[in-house]
Design a protein. Structure first.
Length: 395
């Protein structure tokens, strides 16, 4: 079995890939794609390598469809495109199923990083295939995301995590994956001793027992991994490190709740590769709803949309000009949770006391409680609740 298959790649990058995998590489000319069976057959002949590199000799209008077929047939195999281009190329490549784009003159360090990311993805898919049934029953990795800032994503994430932690002591960890401007610690009125950059280095990055000592503890029983102290420190955290961290936490906790940065960052995409659930949050306005639709479309094209997805509309006001029916028509899917605007929310935010950590009786708290119930192994009575049959919590 070879680790890398290159097709139409120049000698410079071929040498770099050869060095990165210790010579375990098969090289083909672009013309060999015309042989019977095409690229999938060549991959099988090479022993199902976990990296396939499509070089400049493979035209992009051909490379993109080829990558899409590999992504569907062999999701554990990463397709790498060698090309010059900017953000537009990256977006088109990702939508086609390409995992990485390298310039023709990429240095050995960049090539080695691509190989490491592909190896991590391949290992994750192999493990998922071996333990899918068990993990589906016993563990949840819940990614909370939003296409735009200001939608209340962190409020939803912290309350969901607190609610799950109170339901089963020691079961839940909350990870602040907004590496530059995350404020999970502030939302929980915590002053962390350690932050995300601390946990992805040294012994905590590979020893679960050490990692647990780096987690903060909220009075609700929730374990918390706070975001970085500064944007510069957060930028040093790589997607590979995030993948290893979530993999470790997923084995140690029943629920891993991940609060992400707005939009689709590399860290968020890495988290979604391991996610069992996506909670997508938006406000009731045109930019937010359109952003939610675009994010769903992109994740579908990237095959990163978890089977369990929960659409949350937050801070809803009846005088907003849009109805929930308008939103559902735009999304092409029903809303799972609709939370009204309420004065209890800013009070909770400013005091650092999550709504679900107290005995609040407001409609937002009731909606959040119903959301938590949807993740518990034994559903509580949710007649009239917000999961399964969506409704707007009454004010």
């Amino acid at each position: 079995m070879s680790q890398v298959l290159t097709v139409g790649v120049g000698s410079h990058l071929t040498g770099a890939f050869t060095e990165a995998v210790g010579g375990d590489l098969v090289t083909l000319d672009a013309a060999q794609l015309d042989a019977a069976g095409g690229l999938l057959a060549r991959i099988a002949e090479a022993g199902s390598p976990f990296v396939v590199v499509l070089g400049p000799d493979v035209p992009q209008d051909r490379a993109f469809p080829l990558a899409g077929r590999v992504d569907v047939a062999l999701p554990g195999t990463s397709v790498v495109l060698v090309a010059e281009g900017g953000p537009e190329l990256w977006v088109a490549a990702m939508r086609a199923g390409i995992r990485d784009v390298l310039g023709p003159d990429a240095d050995p360090g960049d090539v080695a990083a691509v190989v490491r990311r592909a190896a991590t993805l391949a290992a994750a898919h192999e493990e998922a295939g071996q333990h899918a049934a068990t993990q589906a029953d016993d563990h949840r990795v819940i990614v909370v995301a939003s296409p735009q800032g200001g939608a209340g994503k962190t409020t939803v994430a912290t309350n969901l995590a607190v609610g799950l932690a109170r339901a089963a002591v020691g079961s839940t960890v909350l990870v602040d994956l907004d590496v530059q401007f995350g404020d999970v610690a502030g939302a929980l009125a915590m002053t962390p001793e350690y932050t995300l950059p601390d946990t992805v280095q040294g012994a905590a990055s590979y020893d679960p027992l050490v990692l647990k000592t780096f987690l903060g503890r909220h009075p609700s029983g929730l374990h918390v991994l706070a975001g970085s102290d500064s944007p510069a420190a957060g930028d040093a955290v790589t997607a590979d490190q995030v993948g290893r961290l979530l993999d470790t936490l997923g084995r140690e906790f029943r629920y891993v709740v991940v609060d992400t940065a707005p939009g689709l960052t590399a860290h968020t995409l890495t988290a979604l590769e391991q996610a069992t659930d996506l909670v997508l949050v938006s406000r009731l306005d045109v930019p937010g709803v359109r952003g939610m639709r675009k994010e769903l479309d992109v994740l579908t094209e990237l095959h990163l949309l978890p089977a369990a997805r929960h659409l949350v509309l937050n801070a809803v006001e009846s005088a907003g000009g849009l109805s929930t029916t308008d939103v559902e028509d735009t999304l092409g899917a029903p809303l799972d949770v609709v939370l009204p605007r309420h004065s209890a929310v800013p009070v909770s935010t400013n005091t650092g006391v999550p709504l679900l950590h107290g005995d609040n009786r407001d409609p937002v708290t009731r909606g959040l409680q119903a959301m938590v119930a949807g993740f518990l192994p034994t559903p509580i009575d949710r007649r009239g609740g917000l999961f399964g049959r969506r409704r707007v919590a009454s004010r």
